[in-house]
Design a protein around this ligand. Structure first.
Ligand code: HEM
Length: 446
């Protein structure tokens, strides 16, 4: 495929979102968000320091949902029980995902006044089906869902396995290295590049863009938020050029972009909706899968008994994938907005209220998972985790994510590789993406 027509964005020399945010708060400590309420779990320090467990436990003991009247993101309902989250996600008409009502993260959509003051134009949110309600959601999801069927996955498995094996064989031995950078990011961006037919040499841009778009804390700092939107627009511009190229291809390829262009539903989609959905797939499939791959190593290292079991019984791998997803929960929350006054588990929720679904807590719910803080790769109900959400918005890429994680574990096993945490662990400072910025490891054999 020719890539000459693609206008390359000049963002490779720019700081990463994390670096920019860190520097900003060092220079302006007074702007760090203040969290006055003891149960305000929007505070990102509890995820960076890994101290969220007792807070959510205390909240679950007190009930499945709680009103948090004050936070840097405004008042919100914190839903912390497994059953309550499923209940809410099963009522998408009452609990909307739409941008018009406020969107899908704890962060509010900008008001008209804020938009007018900003310098990034007046069209800030790209329309994407994760932030739509029925019936629009149904039609747009259908344009991409066929790529993720079991037969679609079977077609991708060979290439994913080959790339995973190649990468594992190239890793240093007897030396400490960062698993996040060398493995999790590399495998995730490689897989997305395959999925989209994205120019291979530019695949790290996918990481860079996703990094800038997924951080809710970034959006609390106006100057950085403007950069964030700048990068999102660059990503859209890049994909637009790929789209134009593929539109002119005589033979439609089997990548996701070509598939979307040539699908019937595409005729009903506006160009910005097409772009928004591409961005959604990139962002949706990026940090999430990356952090599960790091979670695998972290969890097995922390639980030597389970690592031994994995090494002795590779048939447990599919269940281990589910259990690791439960323990890691790569997206800590999703958000809904209530559209009519209603009652949920004895609490009165008003139309317009922000409702934040904490998957991280639900996946540790004692009422569903026995001894929930323990990794148990033989756990019978590990599949009941809701790391992929629940209901009509349940992750469309779940099978692909599961496939990649299973293949990674199988290829590690095949090579008898044991990966030890052997240095720094740095976690993401955010309340949405839950994972690792750095995980230093060393490889031995079993
Ligand atoms: C939706 C998690 C991988 C694409 C979601 C949701 C969650 C989630 C929690 C929202 C569900 C809701 O609102 O109820 C994850 C996790 C992943 C992962 C934990 C990896 C371990 C992927 C991959 C892709 C992807 C690999 C695609 C390449 C999407 C899309 C949606 C979505 C397009 C929107 C679905 C809809 O609104 O109908 N994901 N995801 N995800 N995910 Fe994933």
């Amino acid at each position: 495929m020719a890539t000459a027509a693609v206008t390359r964005p000049e963002c490779r020399t720019s700081p990463t979102a994390y670096e920019a945010l860190k520097k900003h708060f060092e220079e302006h400590p007074e702007e760090r968000p203040d969290h006055p309420h003891k149960w305000d779990v929007s505070r990102s320090d509890i995820y960076a320091d890994n101290t969220w467990h007792p807070i959510f436990r205390e909240m679950r003991e007190a009930g499945p949902l709680h009103y948090i009247p004050e936070s840097p993101f405004g008042p919100y309902w914190a839903v912390v029980g497994h059953k309550a989250i499923q209940h809410i996600e099963a009522l998408p008409e009452v609990f909307s995902s739409s941008w018009e009502h406020g969107g899908i993260t704890i962060l509010n959509r900008l008001t008209e006044e804020e938009l007018a003051e900003s310098n990034v134009g007046d069209r800030r949110e790209l329309p994407m089906f994760i932030a739509m309600d029925r019936p629009q959601h149904t039609g747009q999801r259908r344009t991409v869902a066929p790529k993720f069927t079991p037969s679609g996955m079977a077609e991708m498995e060979g290439e994913i396995r080959a790339r995973t094996g190649e990468l594992l064989d190239s890793l240093p031995r007897g030396e400490v290295f960062d698993w996040v950078d060398k493995v999790s990011i590399e495998l995730t961006t490689g897989m997305l590049a395959i999925l989209f037919g994205f120019p291979w040499e530019d695949r790290r841009l996918l990481t860079f863009w996703s990094d800038w778009s997924g951080d809710t804390e970034l959006a609390t700092v106006r100057s950085l938020d403007e950069m964030r939107w700048g990068f999102l627009h660059e990503m859209a511009a890049y994909f637009q050029s790929l789209w134009i190229e593929r539109t002119h291809d005589k033979e439609p390829g089997d990548d996701l972009i070509s598939m979307m262009i040539h699908s019937d539903a595409m005729n009903q989609m506006r160009p910005e909706e097409f772009m928004g959905n591409l961005v959604l797939l990139i962002v949706g499939g990026n940090d999430t899968t990356r952090n599960s791959m790091s979670g695998i190593i972290y969890q097995l290292d922390k639980n030597p008994d389970q690592r031994k079991l994995f090494e002795q019984q590779p048939d447990l791998i599919p269940n281990a994938v589910q259990e690791i997803l439960r323990m890691q929960t790569p997206l800590a929350h999703m958000r809904r907005t209530c559209t009519e006054d209603t009652e949920v588990f004895g609490q009165q929720i008003k139309a317009g209220d922000k409702v934040v679904l904490w998957y991280l807590s639900a996946n540790r719910d004692e009422q569903v998972f026995e001894n929930p803080d323990k990794l148990d790769i033989t756990r019978e109900n590990a599949r009941r985790h809701i790391a992929f959400g629940y209901g009509i918005h349940r992750c469309v890429g779940a099978r692909l994510a599961e496939l990649q994680l299973r293949v990674l574990l199988e290829e590690l096993h095949k090579r008898r590789m044991r990966v030890h945490v052997a240095g720094d662990i740095e976690r993401v400072r955010a309340n949405f993406v839950h994972g690792f910025r750095k995980l230093e490891v060393e490889i031995t054999e079993f």
